[in-house]
Design a protein around this ligand. Structure first.
Ligand code: KIV
Ligand code: ZN
Length: 515
C-alpha cells in the first residue's frame, strides 16, 4: 500500500471562499480537529496577506502539534520572512512558496518573462531553505502551462532545494485522463523528481477536483491537497473527506492508504460548515445529510436484510452513529459527560456545569436529545461570544394581519438598553430594533435557518452574515425558538463586528502614536 499524505488548506484556500472569514479562535478549533483527523500538513494561512492571517498562523504554530504546520508565501523574501516569523513556534513547519507558470499568468498578471519567473522561483526556494528543510514549491496554473517550461522550472527548484513539488489545477480546467498524462510526463522529464514528494492541488470548477486528484494518485502522486467539505475559491477545492473515503473504500483499485482517522470526518465537516456559514448540500458525497439515508421501499427492504446491499461505507466509518436517541430530561450530569467524551469533548468541571444547565433547559423543551443536538450545543457554547452586548429579552407582536413589531432589550457595558421597531417580518423587526440600540451600520448579506434534528421541537440553528467597511462577520444562534436563535445569531455577528472595529481603532491609534 502506498502512503498518501493529506495536505489540508481549509484555513487558507478554504477561507478564500466568497464571504467566509474565520476568527483566530475558530481557526484554532478547526486546526485542533484537523490534528485529531490526523492530517499530515495543515496550511494555516498566508501570513503576509493580513495581520489576522499572520496572528492565526502564529496561534496554530504555537498550539497545534502532530501535523506539519505550513504557511503560504509568494516567491519573494518579504512573504517568506513573514511566513517564517509566523511558523517559528511550530514543532514541524513548512514554507510553501509559489509563482504562476502559465503564459497567461506570466504575461498578464506577473508581467514577467519566463526566464525571470524561473529566477524568482529558484531564489525563493533557496531563501526559504535557509530557514527550514521542508520547502514546498507550487507552479500556479500548472495545468495550463507549457509542458517544457514546467519541466524546466520544476527541475530548477528541485536543484535549489524544494522538497515537495505541487502541481495545481488552479482554475479547475483539466480532465482526469489529461491530468494523469501530465503527471506521467512530469515524472519522466523533471530532473530529480524521484527525490521529492509529488503533490496535486485541484479546483472544482468543472466538478472534477476529486476525480483529478484520484487520477493523479494512480500515476504515483503521494500528496493530495484539499479542504474539508471542498470549500474554497469559486467552486471550491478537492473535498478531502471524499478522497479519504474513496481510497479507503476502493483499496482494491488504488492500493493506497492515508493515516486519517475516518471516524472524525463527520464532526469536522459539521464544524467547518457551522463556522464558515457554508451549508452542506444534502446529497453531498460522504457528509451530506442524505449520504446514508435510504428512501425507496426496495432499498429499505434490502438494507434491513443486509446493509451491504445498498451501503458501500458504514455511517460509523465517518463517525455518524446509527442510533439517534441518546439522552432525555432524566439523564444526569455523569451520563452527559460520558456521552460528550464519546463524542470527543473533554470538559473541565466548570465547562460541564455550563453545558449541563443548557442541556437541562433543552431537555425541558425537547423530549429526545440526539448527538447532533449535543454537538450543536457544544459549538454554540464554544463560539457564541456576547462580549460587547448581550441579548437580555425580546417580545414580538406578529400575525398575518398586522405589522410585525419587536421590542428588544440588550445589555451593553452593564446598562440595559431597550428599543422597538417594525419590520417586514418578525426577524426583520428584531434586527431593526437591535440596529437602533447598537447604532452601527451594516448590511445583512445572508440569513440561513436549519433544523438540527427532525420534529417540531427541533433545535433551530440560524447563521447570519453581515458586512460593513471593516469586513464580513458570521453570527450563529441556537434555540428551539427560531426567533430567539435569529436574535442571538445577529447579536453574535454584531459583537464580532464591534470587536473588529475596536481592533482597527486601536491599531490606528497605535500607528498615530496616541497609545
Ligand atoms: O490554486 C492554486 O494554484 C493555489 C496555489 C497557491 C497552490 O492555491
Ligand atoms: Zn488553490
Amino acid at each position: 500500500m502506498n502512503r498518501i499524505k493529506l495536505f489540508d488548506t481549509t484555513l487558507r484556500d478554504g477561507e478564500q471562499s466568497p464571504g467566509v472569514s474565520l476568527n483566530i479562535q475558530e481557526k484554532l478549533e478547526i486546526a485542533r480537529q484537523l490534528a485529531k483527523l490526523n492530517i499530515d500538513v495543515i496550511e494555516a494561512g498566508f501570513p503576509v496577506i493580513s495581520p489576522g492571517d499572520f496572528a492565526a498562523t502564529r496561534a496554530i504554530a504555537e498550539n497545534i502539534s502532530g501535523p506539519v504546520i505550513c504557511g503560504l508565501a509568494r516567491a519573494n523574501k518579504n512573504d517568506i520572512d513573514k511566513a517564517w516569523e509566523a511558523l517559528k513556534p511550530a514543532p514541524k513547519k513548512r514554507i510553501h512558496t509559489f509563482i504562476a507558470t502559465s503564459d497567461i499568468h506570466m504575461k498578464y498578471k506577473l508581467q514577467l518573462e519566463p526566464r525571470e519567473v524561473i529566477e524568482r522561483a529558484v531564489e525563493a526556494v533557496k531563501y526559504a531553505r535557509q530557514f527550514t528543510e521542508d520547502v514546498e514549491f507550487s507552479a500556479e496554473d500548472a495545468t495550463r502551462s507549457n509542458r517544457e517550461f514546467l519541466c524546466r522550472i520544476l527541475s530548477e527548484v528541485i536543484a535549489a532545494g524544494a522538497t515537495t513539488l505541487n502541481i495545481p489545477d488552479t482554475v479547475g480546467y483539466i480532465t482526469p485522463r489529461e491530468f494523469a498524462g501530465l503527471i506521467r510526463y512530469l515524472k519522466e522529464n523533471v530532473k530529480g523528481i524521484d527525490r521529492v514528494t509529488l503533490s496535486v492541488h485541484c479546483h472544482n470548477d468543472l466538478g472534477l477536483a476529486v476525480a483529478n486528484s484520484l487520477a493523479a494518485i494512480q500515476e504515483g502522486v503521494t500528496q493530495i491537497e484539499g479542504t474539508i467539505n471542498g470549500i474554497g475559491e469559486r467552486a471550491g477545492n478537492t473535498a478531502l473527506e471524499e478522497v479519504i473515503m474513496a481510497l479507503n473504500t476502493r483499496k482494491d483499485v488504488f492500493q493506497c492508504k492515508t493515516e486519517a482517522v475516518t471516524q472524525r470526518i463527520y464532526r469536522i465537516s459539521r464544524l467547518v460548515s457551522t463556522l464558515t456559514g457554508m451549508p452542506i448540500q444534502p446529497n453531498k458525497a460522504i457528509v451530506g445529510s442524505n449520504a446514508f439515508a435510504h428512501e425507496s421501499g426496495i432499498h429499505q427492504d434490502g438494507m434491513l436484510k443486509n446493509p451491504t446491499t445498498y451501503e458501500i461505507m458504514r455511517p460509523e466509518d465517518i463517525g455518524l452513529k446509527r442510533s439517534k436517541l441518546v439522552m432525555g430530561k432524566h439523564s444526569g450530569r455523569h451520563a452527559l459527560n460520558e456521552r460528550l467524551q464519546e463524542l470527543g469533548y473533554q470538559l473541565s468541571p466548570e465547562e460541564l456545569d455550563k453545558i449541563f444547565t443548557r442541556f437541562k433547559n433543552l431537555a425541558d423543551q425537547k423530549k429526545e436529545i440526539t448527538d447532533q443536538d449535543l454537538e450543536a450545543l457544544m459549538q454554540d457554547e464554544m463560539f457564541s461570544n456576547q462580549e460587547y452586548c448581550k441579548l437580555v429579552s425580546f417580545q414580538i407582536i406578529s400575525g398575518n394581519q398586522i405589522t410585525p413589531t419587536a421590542t428588544v432589550k440588550l445589555e451593553k457595558d452593564g446598562v440595559i438598553l431597550e428599543e422597538a421597531a417594525c419590520g417586514d417580518g418578525p426577524v426583520d423587526a428584531i434586527y431593526k430594533a437591535i440596529d437602533r440600540i447598537i447604532g452601527v451600520n451594516n448590511n445583512l448579506l445572508e440569513y440561513n435557518l436549519k433544523g438540527v434534528s427532525g420534529g417540531t421541537d427541533a433545535l433551530g440553528e440560524v447563521s447570519v452574515k453581515i458586512e460593513n467597511g471593516v469586513g464580513v462577520f458570521i453570527g450563529r444562534g441556537l434555540s428551539t425558538d427560531i426567533l430567539a436563535a435569529s436574535a442571538n445569531a445577529y447579536v453574535n455577528a454584531v459583537n464580532k463586528l464591534i470587536q473588529a472595529q475596536n481592533h482597527k481603532t486601536q491599531e490606528t491609534a497605535i500607528k498615530k502614536g496616541e497609545i
